[in-house]
Write a protein that binds this ligand. Structure first.
Ligand code: PRX
Length: 670
């Protein structure tokens, strides 16, 4: 962590909000720093007044009696009100006369024989019709308000239809990223006690097909053995994969649409009714179901989408977020925050290098994308692939560039600014989490002077601070824990089924405050610089993984008795995964070739248990792990070894066995 402090301290470049380029825009919604400061001060001193006014921009069936009810750790926003998120995303636009306007532009990955990919444009009318039909189909299958529906699909318009249909009838969805394994489906379905799964026959990814339905079939079989029955599996046919068909249980997405009425009124949902669960990794145990509710999440994602990206309807805007809907970014900033702003949202099915490394830039030029939101790990890959790819395309439609998911290193920031944004597009480096629902610390493009590598200043209503363990604010440029001291509308309302874990994880380390798990510092201008996680969570390519999850996966292999997993610097991924593994007696490899074979087998095993993103980048076999006298694994030491820091300067006097250290240093890298 000290390295990152030094590197950011050297960063003193400033990029003022571009008033000259502003002429290209209809207007900046927050046009100056003084506007930001005035509105932020108001949002903190009078959060109820501030958020109450914002909420009135959306539709409610019944108004609230009180904007906020807060008793640590429980927040209730828009108390007593009823609304429907799907109504605000879709029906409201139709009712206001915009039914023929495009809501979603979708592009498939494969390039057809005519040299063109599939493109579909869904208007608000189309969405209303298909979402209503699918909502009726779910009801006919017995799905009721309050049920949890699992969604495990590729990036196709049907995933948006499925999510919105759940919201329409008041069923919560639990979307599982299509890159996760069978075991991950089993864990999440069981935890949520979900009885309906919506999937695809397969998904296109970098020219090959990911067999989603097969993973679901295997998961359902495993679940049955565990005594949990999945009643319905709905299958959207995307790739024409012939998969086993379980009649009675399996249903065709298309046939359900054909058979259903397109009239389905939106359920009146209490503001605090569950909207969705999204599982995310923590420092202990299996991934936890982060619970988001209706009213506050809707208002928070609506306003952050509008102001962070400067979304304005009827301004020739086309917004593109490259995330997968399996992550919170896809929930909040492909769908739920964008659709109520009536700016079309582009969904892309596949990989950035399919068929070639210029796919994204080609898409930006062809579709005239105005807003582009991606992750630093992707930006680093683009840099590595070379400038010739973006240089081939006309990127002059771009107006605002966004970054999310992990700290963006100043070098990547500058490349994004110059090579993609032609030094004229503001960059919004948005800090937030699955738990926060929406943006928390971010520049506003018309107001904030940016500094490469800093996510800058808190969004409206966000009282973020850097504190020590007792909650005292740290002086400028002193690292500490990043906390949020007051509730905000999009905050998680719990960990599904585990009240204790909710309190322990978020409200115990710094009493009375929400603890983010991140370390950060603030500079003399009040700008935030995120230094990374301070718990046993690592951020691999912008995806969160618990080191313990990977350890458990390794230990579940017969050849492994003990494993310790730590993060290590990685050029593209930001953080890579290093695993130190102690083998069971008799499993030790006889030759270097055997060792490689075993390492590959372990990687595959982790991929099967969790998903390909969790495969260790480096595995070292070691006869023992370094532990303190009380038996705790010395992770700091392992991190130093994994990152190639040969002279280990850390205090090792409590090492139980000094020889372990020497052996570890000797252990061969993968
Ligand atoms: O460590 C922070 C990092 O990602 C974590 C949240 O991960 P997740 O819940 O998967 O959500 C990712 C998408 C919002 C945070 O605790 N993180 C996220 N955005 C940034 C970031 N770190 C630095 N800068 C960011 N802009």
């Amino acid at each position: 962590m000290s390295d990152s402090i030094e590197s950011v301290l050297q960063e003193n470049r400033r990029f003022p909000a571009p008033s000259a380029a502003a002429a290209r825009m209809a207007k900046w919604l927050v046009p100056s720093m003084s506007d930001y400061k005035r509105l932020h001060a108001r949002s903190i001193s009078d959060p109820e007044g501030f958020w109450g006014e914002v909420a009135k921009e959306l539709h409610w069936f019944k108004p609230w009696s009180k904007v906020l009810d807060w008793k640590v750790p429980d927040a209730k926003w828009f108390v007593g009100a009823t609304t429907n998120v799907c109504y605000n995303c879709v029906d409201r636009q139709v009712e206001q006369g915009h039914g023929d306007m495009v809501a979603i532009v979708w592009e498939g990955e494969p390039i057809g024989s005519g040299g063109r990919p599939d493109i579909r444009r869904l208007t608000y009318n189309d969405l209303k019709r298909d979402v209503s039909k699918f909502a009726n189909a779910l009801k006919a299958l017995g799905v009721k308000k309050g049920d949890i529906v699992t969604i495990y699909m590729g990036m196709v318009p049907e995933v948006a239809i499925a999510m919105l249909a759940c919201a329409r009838i008041g069923a919560a969805h639990s979307v599982i990223f299509g890159g996760f394994s069978t075991q991950a489906i089993v864990d999440r379905v069981l935890d949520a006690k979900s009885r309906t799964i919506i999937t695809c026959d397969g998904a296109y990814r970098r020219g090959s097909v990911v067999p989603l339905k097969e993973s679901v079939d295997a998961a359902v079989a495993q679940l049955a053995q565990a005594g949990h029955e999945v009643k319905n599996v709905i299958v959207h046919s995307r790739v024409g994969n012939q998969t086993a068909w379980h009649s009675g249980r399996d249903h065709s997405f298309k046939d359900l649409l054909l058979a259903s009425s397109d009239q389905c009124p939106c359920e009146h949902m209490d503001s605090e009714d569950m909207l969705f669960l999204l599982y995310t990794s923590g420092s202990t145990g299996k991934p936890k179901g982060i619970l988001h509710t209706t009213g506050g999440y809707m208002v928070h994602t609506y306003l952050t989408s509008k102001l962070t990206f400067n979304l304005i309807p009827d301004d020739n805007q086309l917004y593109w977020c490259t995330a997968d809907v399996g992550w919170v970014t896809g929930h909040s900033y492909i769908l739920y925050g964008i659709l109520p702003n009536r700016v079309p949202t582009l969904m892309y099915e596949g990989a950035p290098n399919a068929p070639k490394e210029d796919r994204f830039w080609d898409m930006i030029a062809r579709h005239k994308v105005t807003h582009f939101y991606t992750a630093p790990t992707a930006i680093r890959a683009f840099m590595k692939w070379g400038d010739e790819h973006p240089k081939k395309h006309d990127l002059s439609s771009l107006r605002v560039l966004g970054s999310v998911g992990e700290p963006i290193n100043p070098e990547a920031w500058m490349w994004y600014h110059e090579t993609i944004g032609s030094s004229r597009c503001p960059i919004v480096d948005t800090w937030w989490q699955t738990e926060t629902g929406g943006h928390m610390i971010t520049p506003l493009p018309g107001a904030t002077t940016t500094k490469p590598g800093s996510c800058t200043l808190p969004f409206f209503g966000v009282d973020a601070a850097i504190v020590d363990e007792s909650g005292n604010e740290q002086p400028h440029n002193t690292g500490g824990l990043l906390v949020v001291r007051k509730p905000w509308p999009g905050m998680l309302r719990g960990v599904y089924g585990d009240r204790e874990r909710f309190i322990q994880t978020y409200f115990t380390r710094v009493p009375g405050m929400y603890f983010t798990g991140d370390g950060a510092r603030r500079d003399a201008d009040g700008y935030f610089w995120i230094m990374g996680r301070v718990d046993d969570v690592i951020n691999v390519s912008g995806h969160r993984l618990g080191t313990m999850e990977v350890e458990s996966a390794l230990v579940s292999h017969d050849a492994v008795v003990e494993a310790a997993v730590v993060g290590m610097p990685h050029e593209i991924k930001g953080t890579g995964i290093a695993a130190f593994v102690t083998l069971a007696p008799g499993s030790e490899p006889a030759s270097p070739a055997d060792a490689d074979k075993l390492k590959n087998a372990l990687r595959e095993h982790v991929s099967k248990e969790i998903g390909a993103i969790a495969k260790p980048d480096q595995i070292r076999f070691t006869p023992a792990l370094p532990k303190t006298r009380s038996g705790k694994i010395m992770r700091r030491l392992l991190r130093a070894i994994a990152s190639g820091d040969a002279k280990i300067t850390q205090d090792t006097t409590t090492l139980e066995d000094y020889t372990v250290l020497a052996k570890l240093r000797e252990s061969e890298e993968a």
